[in-house]
Design a protein around this ligand. Structure first.
Ligand code: F6P
Length: 544
C-alpha cells in the first residue's frame, strides 16, 4: 500500500494536468461528440443503474482516476478491511460492519475468533424478541400489549434507525408506533411521549458506549416517565431494553443484561444500524424484512470486494466525488432522493460521510495539503426544487448532485409518480445542458431579462435508479455509500473510522454544566464572550 499522500503520486499530477484540458469543456459538447454517451457512461450492478454521463469527465478522466485508486491501494485496503485487520489505527480496532450482514456460514476472524456466529446469535435474539413484541406476547408490566416503541439514541444510534424506519415505512406493522428521541433538548422527549400510555410503551436505549450524555439523560427521563405511572422498579424489565457494547454500564442503569442486545467495538456508530442498533427497525418491519435488508447490504459488499475497479459502483461514485472535490474545488455534494420515504437519507449520509472523512491529518498524523471530505446536504425532490435548486442552477458555486429515484412507486396514486420522475429527469437535464442566451431570446424574452433567464448548465449530476424501494434495495444503497466513503478515505489516506473531532465540545460542555447548575460555583474562567453568555443565561433563564 502506498504510504504517500495522494498529491505526491504521479497519478495525481496526471489528473491535475488532465484537469486543465477538461475544466472548460461543456457537457453540451461532450454529449454532442458521443451520441452514445448516455449509454456508455453507465454501470449497472446489483439492480442499481448508475448513470454518470452527466459529469464533466471523459473516458480518459475515468482511466486516470482508476489509476489513482490503484496507486492508492484501494483494493489492498479493501481486503484488509474485509479480513478484519485493525485499519482503524487510532482506536486500534478492526472495521467490520460487513460482518453484520455476512451469511451464517461465512468466516470473518477478529483476534483469531470467527465473529459471524456471534452476529447471528444476536440477530436471532433480536428476531425472537421482535416477534414477541409484534405478536403481543411480550407484555408491559401491567399486562397490556406494547403499542409504542421509542428508540433513545443519538448520532449513529439514532440516524440510521430513524432513516431506515422512514425509508421502509411501507413495510411496517401499523399497529405499533415507533418514535425516536435523540436531542438532549427536553422538547424532543416531551413531544415524543405526549399522549402515550407508559403501560404500552417500550424504550430501547441504544448507545454503543452507554455513556453518551444526551442518551443517558433521555434514558433517565424515560425511566422517571414510566415509573411515575407504573410505580414499581420491577417494571423497568418490561419496558426497557438496551443495545450496547457496554454490559457494565447497562447493568448500572438498571437494565438486566438478559434484555441487552450486544454489538462490538469493530462496528463504528455510523456503520451500525444493521447491527442490534436496528432493533426498533426490526420490530417495525419484522425480522424477515430486516434479513432481506441485510442480504441487500451483503450483495453490495460482495460486489465491492470482487468487481474490478472500472466496474465497481462504490469505487466509481467515490472517484467522481474526488474529481469534483479535489480538482474542481467543489465544497459540497447534494443528495437528492426523489422518493419521499428517503427523506432522512441526506441527514444519515451527512454523519456517515462527514464524521468519517472530515479529517485534516493523514494516517501518519501529517497535516494534509489537499481537501478531504465534502459537506453533505440535501432533501427529497421535488420540495428542494422550490427552495434551493435556484442556487444549484444559477448560483456561483459548483454543486455536484446525486439524484436517487425508483422506476416503480410503492404508492400508486393517479399521475403522481410520473410527475415526480418527470421532474427528476428534467432537473438533471436542465443542470447539464442549461439554456443559452440564443435559446432564451428565441422565446421572445426582452433583452434586459436575457442574462437573468440564461442557464449556463454544465452542472454535474449522478443518477442512481432502482426499480423499487425494498428492504433489499435500501441495504444496497447504504452499503454503496459506506464503501464510497471508504474508497475516498483510502485515497485521501485518512482514518475514516475515528471521530476525535467530537470530543472537545463534549469536554467543554461537561465543564460548563456545573457552572449552570450551581451558580455559586467559582468565578468563570472562560474567554470574555463565553463568560458573558453564561452570566446572561444564569440571570435570565428563569422567567419572572
Ligand atoms: O459524538 C459522536 C458519537 O460518538 C458518534 O460517533 C456516535 O454515533 C454517537 O456519538 C453516539 O454514540 P453512542 O452510541 O456511544 O451513544
Amino acid at each position: 500500500m502506498s504510504l504517500k499522500q495522494p498529491t505526491q503520486l504521479p497519478e495525481w499530477r496526471a489528473l491535475e494536468e488532465h484537469f486543465s484540458s477538461i475544466r472548460d469543456q461543456h457537457l453540451r459538447n461532450l454529449f454532442a461528440e458521443d451520441a452514445r454517451r448516455g449509454k456508455n457512461f453507465v454501470l449497472e450492478a446489483e439492480g442499481l443503474y448508475f448513470d454518470y454521463s452527466k459529469n464533466r469527465l471523459t473516458g480518459d478522466t475515468i482511466n486516470l482516476l482508476l489509476a489513482l485508486a490503484e496507486a492508492s491501494g484501494v483494493k489492498e485496503r479493501t481486503e484488509a478491511m474485509f479480513s478484519g485487520e485493525k485499519i482503524n489505527s487510532t482506536e486500534k480496532r478492526a472495521v467490520l460492519h460487513i460482518a453484520l450482514r455476512a451469511p451464517r456460514d461465512a468466516q470473518i476472524m477478529v483476534d483469531g475468533q470467527n465473529v459471524v456466529p456471534e452476529v447471528h446469535a444476536v440477530l436471532d435474539k433480536m428476531a425472537a424478541f421482535s416477534n414477541r413484541v409484534i405478536s403481543g406476547e411480550w407484555k408491559g408490566y401491567t399486562g397490556k400489549r406494547i403499542r409504542n416503541v421509542i428508540n433513545i439514541g443519538i448520532g449513529g444510534s439514532d440516524l440510521g434507525p430513524v432513516m431506515a424506519y422512514e425509508a421502509l415505512r411501507y413495510y411496517t406493522h401499523r399497529d405499533i408506533t415507533c418514535r425516536f428521541v435523540s436531542n438532549v433538548d427536553g422538547t424532543d422527549f416531551v413531544e415524543a411521549t405526549r399522549g402515550l400510555d407508559p403501560e404500552e410503551t417500550l424504550f430501547i436505549i441504544s448507545s454503543k458506549t452507554f455513556t453518551t450524555i444526551e442518551t443517558m439523560t433521555n434514558a433517565r427521563s424515560a425511566r422517571d416517565w414510566s415509573l411515575k405511572t407504573l410505580k414499581d422498579d420491577k417494571a423497568v424489565a418490561k419496558h426497557f431494553v438496551a443495545v450496547s457494547t457496554n454490559a457494565a454500564e447497562v447493568t448500572k442503569f438498571g437494565i438486566d443484561t438478559a434484555n441487552m442486545f450486544e454489538f462490538w467495538d469493530w462496528v463504528g456508530g455510523r456503520y451500525s444500524y444493521d447491527s442490534a442498533i436496528g432493533l426498533s427497525l426490526m420490530i417495525a418491519i419484522g425480522p424477515d424484512h430486516f434479513r432481506e435488508m441485510l442480504a441487500g447490504f451483503h450483495a453490495m459488499d460482495e460486489h465491492f470486494r470482487a468487481a474490478p475497479l472500472e466496474r465497481n459502483l462504490p469505487a466509481l461514485l467515490a472517484l467522481i466525488g474526488i474529481w469534483y472535490n479535489n480538482f474542481f474545488g467543489a465544497q459540497t455534494v447534494a443528495i437528492l432522493p426523489y422518493d419521499h420515504y428517503l427523506g432522512r437519507l441526506p441527514s444519515y449520509l451527512q454523519q456517515l460521510d462527514m464524521e468519517s472523512n472530515g479529517k485534516h491529518v493523514d494516517l501518519d498524523g501529517n497535516t494534509v495539503n489537499y481537501q478531504t471530505g465534502p459537506i453533505i446536504w440535501g432533501q427529497p425532490g421535488t420540495n428542494g426544487q422550490h427552495a434551493y435548486y435556484q442556487l444549484i442552477h444559477q448560483g456561483t458555486k459548483l454543486i455536484p448532485c446525486d439524484f436517487i429515484g425508483f422506476n416503480q412507486t410503492l404508492n400508486p396514486l393517479g399521475r403522481h409518480h410520473d410527475l415526480l420522475m418527470a421532474n427528476f429527469f428534467a432537473q438533471t437535464e436542465a443542470l447539464a445542458f442549461g439554456k443559452t442566451a440564443e435559446e432564451v431570446k428565441a422565446d421572445g424574452v426582452e433583452d434586459s431579462l436575457v442574462p437573468h433567464r440564461v442557464f449556463e448548465g454544465n452542472r454535474p449530476t449522478n443518477t442512481i435508479l432502482a426499480d423499487r424501494l425494498t428492504p433489499e434495495t435500501l441495504g444496497k444503497l447504504i452499503a454503496l455509500y459506506e464503501h464510497k466513503v471508504f474508497v475516498q478515505g483510502t485515497i485521501w489516506k485518512i482514518n475514516s473510522f475515528d471521530q476525535w473531532g467530537v470530543e472537545l465540545g463534549k469536554v467543554l460542555a461537561n465543564r460548563i454544566i456545573p457552572e449552570l447548575e450551581s451558580p455559586e460555583s467559582p468565578e468563570l474562567t472562560h474567554d470574555s464572550s463565553t463568560n458573558a453568555l453564561i452570566e446572561r443565561y444564569r440571570q435570565r433563564r428563569n422567567p419572572r
